[in-house]
Design a protein around this ligand. Structure first.
Ligand SMILES: [Mn+2]
Length: 350
């Protein structure tokens, strides 16, 4: 058994096709989600099965969901969370019935991954996502000058204003309590469904816009896995997200949480830290960024990681137009690179 390579796909609206994905050497599976349902709705079994059948027809496996989004009422701890938690459990049971094994989610309030530039031009003329904390601090999320490519929810301005105001009043400890409340209910459902939950760390791994973010380092991840002590309560180890803070030693985190059996999904990408709390996304190879990808893959090998791994965000190269961070070419190069490291590590034992 070995880890296996997957590739994220955004469904029929994605300019990248399953036909293209199946032709990337070494890629065995697709990571996807249902994109046409409101946040908090139960995912119907028929829709999950139809998606699975479509992906399987291309000879690709489909056993990882990224993501089942968590409704804001759950993160805020509102009374209305009960219904959304029930729905989340029902979704997990349907996913398990369809043969899904891993469900990625995150607990970032309002904003998913946040960048200050979507088309930062690198030295070779390619473009990539980047983040500069000084710029972020001057941005006002209420006035639309925000780059949120991963953000699939859109709010009316008043609605967003109210949400942000509520989070400004929420402490980190309250957010932790709401996460614990959620996990105490959904982890048993995941166990019954044969699913392992895998929280994605906050990206970037520090608070943005005065809104708390708690899954950002070893201490937070350790606290998370102990909130409910079950193998179903695990982690998506995203090297690029956690790696934006140089104090997060990624190979060490992989060894620590891998030995505990709590890493269920690996996101492998590189970033280059340019100054404190500033980084640009780069091509995957170690030489291009601040992370040593061989050491990262070695840590997965040494801890006998057998789960799905995927290349993460890529640059836009060769004139490709597409979803920022999720074009075909650079992610395919990333997959080939990760696969090369994996094969080498399998054959050369140290
Ligand atoms: Mn990631």
């Amino acid at each position: 058994m070995d880890m296996y390579l997957t590739f994220r796909w955004f469904g029929d609206g994605d300019p990248v096709t399953l036909e293209q994905i199946r032709q990337i050497p070494g890629v065995e599976g697709v990571v996807a989600a249902l994109y046409d349902l409101p946040v908090g709705a139960v995912w119907p079994l028929e829709k999950i099965t139809a998606l699975k059948d479509k992906i399987n027809r291309y000879g690709l496996r489909f056993d990882v969901i990224e993501s089942v989004p968590v409704h804001e009422d759950i993160k805020l701890g509102l009374k209305t969370r009960e219904r959304y938690i029930d729905n989340y459990c029902a979704t997990l049971l349907n996913l398990g019935t369809a043969g899904i094994k891993v469900v990625c989610y995150n607990f970032m309030p309002v904003f998913d991954w946040t960048r200050t530039e979507l088309h930062h031009v690198l030295a070779d003329g390619s473009t990539a996502l980047s983040y500069d904390h000084a710029v972020a601090q001057k941005m006002d999320p209420l006035y639309g000058d925000l780059s949120l490519p991963g953000w699939e929810v859109s709010y009316a301005r008043e609605e967003l204003q109210e949400l942000i105001a509520r989070y400004h009043e929420l402490s980190e400890e309250e957010l932790w309590a709401n996460l614990e409340y959620f996990l105490r209910r959904v982890v048993p459902a995941a166990e019954r469904a044969g699913i392992r939950l895998a929280i994605h760390p906050d990206d970037p791994p520090w608070p943005v816009f005065g809104i708390p973010r708690i899954i950002r380092d070893k201490t937070g991840l350790d606290r998370l896995i102990n909130l409910v002590d079950s193998p179903a309560n695990g982690i998506t180890l995203c090297s690029g997200s956690l790696g934006a803070n140089p104090e997060n030693n990624i190979p060490e985190l992989i060894r620590y949480f891998g030995r505990k059996g709590r890493i269920h999904f690996a996101h492998c990408r590189n970033i280059k830290i340019t100054k404190d709390r500033c980084f640009v996304e780069t091509a995957h190879p170690s030489a291009d960024g601040s992370l040593d990808m061989v050491e990262i893959m070695k840590a997965y090998r040494d801890t006998d990681f057998q789960g799905p791994v995927r290349p993460d965000h890529g640059r836009m190269i060769w004139g490709e137009k597409g979803r920022p961070g999720y074009g075909l070419y650079d992610r395919a190069l990333g997959a080939a690179y990760l696969n090369g490291i994996r094969e080498t590590l399998r054959k050369v034992k140290n």
